[in-house]
Design a protein around this ligand. Structure first.
Ligand code: 26Q
Length: 833
C-alpha cells in the first residue's frame, strides 16, 4: 500500500469517527433540551441551548474525569494540592471543547440547531472567582497540570458572588454584584455527601492524662459545614481530567436543632443565613490587605475543609501511618492567603492523629511550599493577634510554639545579633501585636519562591533577606507562565491556525517550538497573512468598542492597550500623562506624529481605593475631551472599556499592537498580561520590571521598547531623596500636563476634582512617574515611527510570538514539579471500560 493510500484510508476512518461523534453530540444536545430542560426546538432560548450544549460537553468530561481519578487511585500517585483563595477561570465552554479536541464537531452540530458556538458562548457567565494576576495564574496552572498528566488538585472557595461587575456611569466606576450562579452552573457537580465541619471561636481545654500526656480540646466552638463542589479541568487532548474542588459554607443541622428544640425558629433561620455568608463573596482587593474578620474566617474555612479532605484521601491507603505523607502529598500555598494551613496541619496531626510535635513538624515542613506574589508592604498579610486568638484559639497557641522554637534556632544561628529576632519573629511586637503570615509561611515550608527572576532576587536581597541568610536553599525562582490553550488557541483562532499552517501544531504543547516561526519573518506572503489576521481582530474589537462605548475608532490605528487592575504602582497615570501630552502636541500640529493611535484602558479599582477610582474618572474625562476635539483630526482616541476580566482580555489581546507594562521597576512581581500580549503578537513598551526583563531576553532588544529607571536606579534615587517638583519645574510638557489636570481642564464642571491626583504626584509621587516621564514620552515617539513601517512592525510582531516559548505555564509547572513537588505524570488511556 502506498503512503498516500494509507493517508486516504486514515482520513476515511477519521471522517467516519467524526461523523459518529457528531451524531451522538446532536442526540445528546437534543436529549438535554427535551428531557433535562423540557423544551423543544421552538421554545428553546439561547440559554437553553447553552445549557444543553454544556451538559453534553460535561458527559465527555465526566467519563474522562472518572478514568483519571481511578488511575491516580490505582497508582497511589503522589498528588499536588494547589491551595488558593482565588481561581479566575473565565468561561469554560470553548476552552473545554478546545482541550477535548471537539471544537469543530460541536461547531458543526450547533449550526444545525440554527446557532453558533460564538453566540452560545456569549450567554456564559465568567467564573470570576479572583481579582487579577494571582487568581488567573492559578487557573493557568490547573490547565498545565492537567495537560501534563500531573495529579494536580485545585482547592478554593465557591464564592456565590465573584469579582464585582464594573459599570462606568458618568465616567465613574460603579460596582454591581456578580450573580454568576443565577442560571445554574452546568460545569460544577455538587457533592452534598462530601461535608466537613469547621470550627471557629470557643476556647482550649488543656489536660494531662494518666500517662502524663498533654491534651488539648477545642471547646464551645461554633461550627460551619463545608460542602464540596467539583469542577472538571481537562488537559489538552490527553484524556486527563483533573479536579478543582470549591467549598461552600452550609450551616450544621445540629446547630439549627438546638434552637428548634427551644422553639426559636426565626433565630435558627437567621443564624443559618449568617453562617452561610462565609462563602458569599470574594474580597475585591488586589495587592491590598484588609484586616476583616470574615476574610480570616474564609481563609481558615477552606483550609480546614481541604486538609480534612487530603487526610481522608491519604488514610484510605495508609491508615494511621503518616510517615509517607510528604511522599504522597505536596501542598503549594498561593501566597499567604492559605498559610494558616501550616498551623492547621500541625493541629490535625497533634490533636487529631496524636503524633508528637517533632513528627508533625517534620511532616508539615516537608509538605508545604510557599509562593510569594508581591513585595508591596500594604499587600503583606498581617492579622492582629487578638482577632486571630479569638477566632482560632488553638492555632494561636500552635503559632506561638512554632515561633518560640524557631526563634531559638535563629538565636543559635546568629548568636551576636539581637535585632534579628525581632525582625524575623512570626509575631510582630508592638501596641497591636500582629501575626505575620509570610513569616509563618516561610518557616513552615521547605520551598519559598518568587514569580520572576527579578522578584526572586528582591525577595532574597531585601524583602526576606534574614530568612534567606538562615535558609538559602529554601529560596528559588519560578517565573510565571500562561496557558497557550486559552491565550492563543482559543482566543485567537485565526493566528493559531496561521501558525499551525507554517510550523505544524506541536507548539500547543511545546511552546518553545514557536521559535520555528523566525524564518517566516522573511516570507512576504506570510507577513501579509499575519497582518490580515491582526487587522481582522482589530476590526472585531472596533465593532465591540462602538457597541459598548459608542466611540468610532480606526482599525488601522495603533492599538495601545493597558489592561490590568487599577493600582498606583502599575502607573496607569503615566499612560494618561502621555496621552495628555500627546494631545498637546497634536493640538499644535495634527501632523506631528507618524501613526494614529487608540489608547485602550481596562481595569477594575478596589471599591475602597479612592485614588484608583479617581484615576478611572481622569481617564474617562480626558477621553471625553480628546475624542471630541476636532482640531486633532482623529489622530488620538482614548477608550476605557468597562468590566475588564478574562473574557474581555480574550477580545482585546488578539487585537492589540502595543502592550503597556509600565510599573515602577521593582514593584510588579512578574505580570502575566505582558506574556499574553507578546504571545499574540503585540510589542511591549515597558520598564525593566518583573517578567518584562525576561521577555526582553527572549525576544531581543530590537523587538521591545524599554524605558525608564531599572530597579537599582529606583532604589538609588529614593535613597538620595527624590523630589518630583524638580522634574515638574524643568520639563515644560510635564508642567503643562499637570497644570491642566489640577486646573480643571478635564473637569470643567468641578474644577478641583483632579487636584488630589496632581498633588499626590507633585508632593509624593511614590511610584516615580515624573522620573520616568521623559524617557517614556521619547520612547512613545519611537513606537509611532516604527509602527508607520508596516512591514518592519509585522516582523517584530512575529519575533515576539517566536520568542514567547518560555512563557508557557507548562514550562513553569514543569519547574515546580522538578524542583518542588516531584510527581510522576500519569497517562490516561481511554478505550473499553
Ligand atoms: C489579602 C488579604 C485580604 C484581602 C485581599 C488580599 C489580597 C488579594 C489578592 C492580596 C493580594 C492579592 C493579589 C495579588 C496579585 O494578584 N499579585 C500578582 O500576582 C501575579 C501572579 O504571580 C503577578 O504576576 C503580579 O505581578 C502580582 O501583582
Amino acid at each position: 500500500m502506498s503512503n498516500s493510500q494509507g493517508e486516504l484510508i486514515k482520513t476515511e476512518i477519521d471522517n467516519k469517527v467524526k461523523s459518529k461523534t457528531r451524531n451522538s453530540i446532536k442526540k445528546s444536545i437534543l436529549n438535554h433540551l427535551t428531557q433535562t430542560l423540557a423544551k423543544d426546538k421552538f421554545s428553546a432560548t439561547k440559554l437553553d441551548m447553552y445549557t444543553s450544549v454544556a451538559l453534553t460537553v460535561r458527559e465527555y468530561l465526566s467519563e474522562r474525569w472518572s478514568k483519571t481519578q481511578r488511575a491516580y487511585h490505582d497508582k497511589q500517585a503522589k498528588r499536588i494540592y494547589y491551595l488558593s483563595l482565588e481561581f479566575l477561570m473565565g468561561k469554560s465552554l470553548i476552552n473545554s471543547l478546545v482541550n477535548l479536541g471537539l471544537y469543530d464537531e460541536f461547531d458543526d452540530v450547533v449550526k444545525e440547531f440554527g446557532t453558533t458556538l460564538q453566540e452560545i458562548d456569549a450567554t456564559e457567565f465568567d467564573a470570576g472567582l479572583g481579582n487579577g494576576g494571582l487568581g488567573r495564574l492559578a487557573a493557568c496552572f490547573l490547565d498545565s497540570m492537567a495537560t501534563m498528566g500531573l495529579p494536580g488538585y485545585g482547592y478554593g472557595i465557591r464564592y456565590e458572588y465573584g469579582i464585582f461587575f464594573q459599570k462606568i456611569v458618568n465616567g465613574y466606576q460603579i460596582e454591581t454584584p456578580d450573580p454568576w450562579l443565577r442560571y445554574g452552573n452546568p460545569w460544577e457537580i455538587p457533592r452534598p455527601e462530601l461535608l466537613y465541619p469547621v470550627k471557629f471561636y470557643g476556647y482550649i481545654a488543656e489536660s494531662t492524662d494518666a500517662e502524663g500526656k498533654h491534651h488539648c480540646e477545642w471547646k464551645d466552638a461554633s461550627e460551619v459545614m463545608a460542602m464540596a463542589h467539583d469542577i472538571s479541568i481537562p488537559g489538552y487532548k490527553n484524556n486527563t481530567v483533573n479536579n478543582l474542588r470549591l467549598w461552600a459554607a452550609k450551616s450544621t443541622r445540629e446547630f439549627d436543632l438546638s434552637y428548634f428544640n427551644h422553639g426559636n425558629y426565626e433565630q435558627a433561620v437567621s443564624d443559618k443565613v449568617i453562617t452561610e455568608n462565609l462563602s458569599k463573596v470574594l474580597y475585591p482587593n488586589d495587592n491590598m490587605r484588609q484586616g476583616k474578620e470574615l476574610r480570616l474566617k474564609q481563609e481558615y474555612f477552606f483550609v480546614s475543609a481541604t486538609l480534612q479532605d487530603i487526610i481522608r484521601r491519604y488514610k484510605k491507603y495508609y491508615a494511621k501511618d503518616f510517615s509517607l505523607f510528604p511522599d504522597k502529598t505536596a501542598i503549594q500555598l498561593n501566597d499567604t492567603h492559605p498559610a494558616v494551613a501550616i498551623a492547621e496541619l500541625m493541629r490535625l496531626l497533634i490533636d487529631g492523629e496524636k503524633l508528637t510535635w517533632d513528627e508533625s513538624w517534620a511532616i508539615t515542613t516537608k509538605t508545604f511550599a510557599y509562593t510569594n506574589h508581591t513585595v508591596l508592604p500594604e499587600a503583606l498579610e498581617k492579622w492582629s493577634v487578638e482577632l486571630f486568638a479569638k477566632i482560632l484559639p488553638r492555632h494561636m497557641q500552635i503559632i506561638y510554639e512554632i515561633n518560640s522554637r524557631f526563634l531559638n534556632e535563629v538565636a543559635k544561628k546568629f548568636p551576636k545579633n539581637s535585632d534579628i529576632l525581632g525582625r524575623m519573629s512570626i509575631i510582630e511586637e508592638g501596641e497591636d501585636k500582629k501575626v505575620q503570615m509570610a513569616h509563618l509561611a516561610i518557616v513552615g515550608s521547605h520551598s519559598v519562591n518568587g514569580v520572576s527572576a527579578l522578584h526572586s532576587d528582591i525577595i532574597k536581597d531585601s524583602l526576606f533577606k534574614d530568612f534567606y541568610l538562615m535558609w538559602p536553599s529554601k529560596f528559588n525562582n519560578k517565573t510565571n507562565g500562561i496557558t497557550p490553550r486559552r491565550w492563543l488557541v482559543a482566543c485567537n483562532p485565526a493566528l493559531s491556525n496561521l501558525i499551525t499552517e507554517a510550523i505544524g501544531d506541536k507548539w500547543v504543547k511545546d511552546l518553545y517550538k514557536l521559535k520555528e516561526l523566525t524564518p517566516f519573518a522573511n516570507d512576504n506572503s506570510f507577513l501579509e497573512k499575519w497582518e490580515k489576521v491582526k487587522l481582522e481582530n482589530k476590526q472585531r474589537l472596533s465593532e465591540y468598542i462602538l457597541k459598548a462605548n459608542g466611540i468610532k475608532i480606526d482599525p488601522e490605528s495603533l492599538f495601545d492597550c493597558q489592561i490590568k487592575r487599577l493600582h498606583e504602582y502599575k502607573r496607569q497615570l503615566l499612560n494618561i500623562l502621555h496621552a495628555i501630552s500627546l494631545y498637546n502636541i497634536l493640538k499644535e500640529n495634527p501632523k506631528a506624529i507618524q501613526s494614529k493611535r487608540t489608547i485602550i484602558f481596562g481595569g477594575k479599582a478596589a471599591p475602597g481605593y479612592h485614588m484608583a477610582k479617581l484615576i478611572i474618572k481622569l481617564a474617562t474625562s480626558a477621553a471625553n475631551v480628546i475624542n471630541n476635539d476636532k482640531d486633532i483630526d482623529g489622530m488620538l482616541k482614548i477608550v476605557f472599556l468597562a468590566n475588564y476580566g478574562v473574557s474581555l482580555a480574550e477580545k482585546i489581546i488578539p487585537a492589540s499592537n502595543l502592550s503597556e507594562q509600565i510599573s515602577t521597576a521593582g514593584t510588579e512581581a512578574s505580570g502575566t498580561g505582558n506574556m499574553k500580549f507578546a504571545l499574540n503578537g503585540a510589542l511591549t513598551i515597558g520598564t525593566l520590571d518583573g517578567a518584562n526583563i525576561e521577555i526582553l531576553e527572549e525576544v531581543g532588544e530590537e523587538n521591545i521598547f524599554i524605558f525608564g529607571l531599572n530597579s537599582a536606579e529606583v532604589d538609588q534615587l529614593r535613597n538620595k531623596g527624590y523630589n518630583p517638583a524638580d522634574y515638574y519645574n524643568s520639563i515644560d510638557s510635564l508642567k503643562k500636563t499637570i497644570d491642566m489636570i489640577s486646573s480643571g481642564f478635564f473637569s470643567p464642571d468641578e474644577k478641583t476634582l483632579f487636584e488630589p491626583i496632581a498633588n499626590s504626584l507633585l508632593y509624593h509621587d511614590r511610584y516615580l512617574l515624573f522620573a520616568d516621564y521623559e524617557s517614556y514620552i521619547k520612547t512613545q515617539r519611537q513606537v509611532e515611527k516604527e509602527f508607520s513601517d508596516k512591514k518592519i512592525w509585522t516582523k517584530k510582531s512575529i519575533f515576539n510570538v517566536a520568542g514567547s516559548g518560555k512563557f508557557s505555564s507548562d514550562r513553569t509547572i514543569a519547574e515546580y514539579n522538578k524542583n518542588i513537588w516531584r510527581l510522576k505524570s500519569v497517562p490516561i488511556k481511554m478505550g473499553r471500560k
